[in-house]
Design a protein. Structure first.
Length: 397
C-alpha cells in the first residue's frame, strides 16, 4: 500500500522506444511536476497483444518537484536518445493527470528532437521545458488516499466523470472492476479513506458518505449494484449484464442471493470460537450453491453465466476475501470439494480488470485479522443467526 506521498504511474506500451515524459497533476497542493524516463523491454513490439507493463513511483519533495523512477527491464549502458516518432502509451485507468508529454531531459537531448510546429516554452519551478500537443494519456493508479487532511474536493461537476472508491472496500471494488473492464479511461478514480474520510466528501460530494459513488452528468449516485447497471447503460464498452433468455433469469436469481451469500460468509468468518467443521456447516450451503450455479453454464465457459459479466463482478470481491480469510484465519478451504468454484477463481485471476484491483494478500489478511479480532462484522450488523445463516438458496433453473 502506498503512503500518501507516493504515487504509482502505470503505463502500457505499444512500441519499444524509450520516452522522456513530463507529468503534471493537480491532486496534491500546487501543481507537482515529474520528469522521468521510460525504458520498455527491448523485445516488445508494436504487434504484441500483451505489451510490457512497467511501474513508476514518485515522491513529492519539498520544492513540489517529483521525480519518476522507472524500473528498466534491461540494462542500459548509456542514456538512450529520444526516438523521432514517439511511442504510443495507453492508460489502464484514469485519475487526475492533466497531461503527459515529451520534455527536455537531464541527459541534454537536443531540443529540436522534441519540438513541433506548435511548440511553446513554459516555465515550472524555474525549469524550462518544451511542450507540444500531448502524445500520450496516462494515469495514476494511486496518488495517495484522501483523508481528513485533504481540505478541498476535486473540481466538482466540471465535466469529469469521477469514481470515489476505496481499494479495500469490496463494494467499491465491484465498480472499479467494471470501469476497467469497460475500458473507461476517462473516469477519474479518487480514493477515499474509509476510517478518516475528508470532511468535504459527505458535505459536498455524497451525503451518504459511503463508497462507491460516481460523479457523472451533474450528479452523484451511489450503491454498487446500481452503479454497475448505470455504467452498463450510460457508457460504452463490453456489456456486463445478459440481455435475455435463461441467462438473464439465472443472473437475476444469483444477484438476489448475493446479499445472503455475503452475510453467510461474514457470519462464518466471525465464528472465532468455533472449529473449522462447525464453521463449514454454516457456510457450506452458500458455497455449494455457487458450485451448482457454475455447473449450469460450464459448457459456455468457467464463469457464473459461462462468460464473464456482471454477476461475476458482484461476487468476486467477496469471494476474494472469503478464500483468503477462511483459509488463513479459520483454516477452512472453500474450494475443497468444489472444482467449479476453484476453476472460477483461477479464471477470475486471469481477468486483468479484476486482478489489477485486488488488494495485496498480506495487507488484506492483516486487515481481516484486525476486523475479526474486533468483531467488526457483528458490530455493523452483517452477520446472520448461525442456526440458519445460509438461508434458503434460490434454485438456478
Amino acid at each position: 500500500m502506498l503512503t500518501p506521498n507516493q504515487h504509482h504511474l502505470r503505463l502500457r506500451y505499444t512500441k519499444p522506444s524509450p520516452l522522456y515524459v513530463l507529468v503534471t497533476y493537480p491532486r496534491l497542493q500546487g501543481k507537482v511536476t515529474a520528469l522521468g524516463i521510460i525504458l520498455p523491454n527491448l523485445q516488445s513490439s508494436a504487434t504484441r497483444t500483451t505489451p510490457d507493463l512497467l511501474f513508476a513511483t514518485a515522491s513529492q519533495s519539498s520544492d513540489a518537484m517529483a521525480t519518476l523512477i522507472f524500473s528498466p527491464l534491461h540494462a542500459c549502458s548509456a542514456a538512450p536518445t529520444l526516438p523521432s516518432t514517439s511511442p504510443v502509451i495507453r492508460a489502464l485507468n484514469v485519475s487526475s493527470i492533466q497531461y503527459v508529454q515529451p520534455c527536455v531531459n537531464k541527459f541534454g537531448t537536443n531540443i529540436s528532437e522534441l519540438s513541433s510546429r506548435n511548440s511553446r516554452q513554459s516555465k515550472i519551478s524555474g525549469r524550462k521545458f518544451v511542450s507540444r500537443t500531448p502524445i500520450v494519456t496516462a494515469s495514476f493508479e494511486n496518488h495517495g488516499i484522501l483523508d481528513s487532511k485533504s481540505t478541498s474536493p476535486p473540481p466538482l461537476f466540471d465535466g469529469t466523470t469521477r469514481l470515489y472508491f476505496s481499494s479495500r472496500c469490496p463494494y467499491a471494488q465491484r465498480v472499479w472492476i467494471a470501469v476497467k473492464y469497460k475500458g473507461l479511461d476517462d473516469v477519474e478514480c479518487v480514493e477515499i479513506s474509509l476510517s478518516d474520510k475528508p470532511v468535504w466528501y459527505k458535505e459536498k460530494v455524497y451525503p451518504a458518505g459511503k463508497v462507491p459513488a460516481l460523479e457523472h452528468d451533474g450528479k452523484v449516485i451511489g450503491e454498487s449494484m446500481d452503479l454497475l447497471y448505470y455504467l452498463d447503460e450510460h457508457f460504452e464498452g463490453p456489456k456486463l449484464a445478459p440481455v435475455g433468455g435463461n441467462k438473464k433469469q439465472a443472473a437475476t436469481e444469483l444477484l438476489e442471493y448475493n446479499d445472503t451469500f455475503n452475510k453467510v460468509g461474514f457470519t462464518g468468518l466471525s465464528m472465532k470460537d468455533s472449529t473449522p467443521d462447525e464453521i463449514s456447516k454454516v457456510v457450506a450451503p452458500a458455497f455449494d450453491y455457487l458450485e451448482n450455479a457454475l455447473a449450469k453454464f460450464s459448457s459456455d465457459g468457467p464463469f457464473l453465466l459461462g462468460n464473464f459479466g456482471l454477476v461475476d463482478i458482484a461476487y468476486a470481491p467477496f469471494i476474494e476475501r472469503f478464500e483468503l480469510a477462511f483459509g488463513e484465519i479459520r483454516h477452512l478451504d472453500i474450494k475443497a470439494g468444489r472444482p467449479k468454484l476453484a476453476e472460477w477463481i483461477e479464471a477470475m485471476d486471469k481477468v486483468e480488470a479484476y486482478s489489477s484491483t485486488k488488494v495485496e494478500r498480506s495487507a488484506l489478511l492483516e486487515l481481516y485479522k484486525r476486523m475479526l479480532d474486533n468483531d467488526y462484522f457483528k458490530r455493523v450488523g452483517i452477520v446472520s443467526d448461525q442456526s440458519n445463516a445460509g438461508g434458503t438458496p434460490v434454485a438456478v433453473n
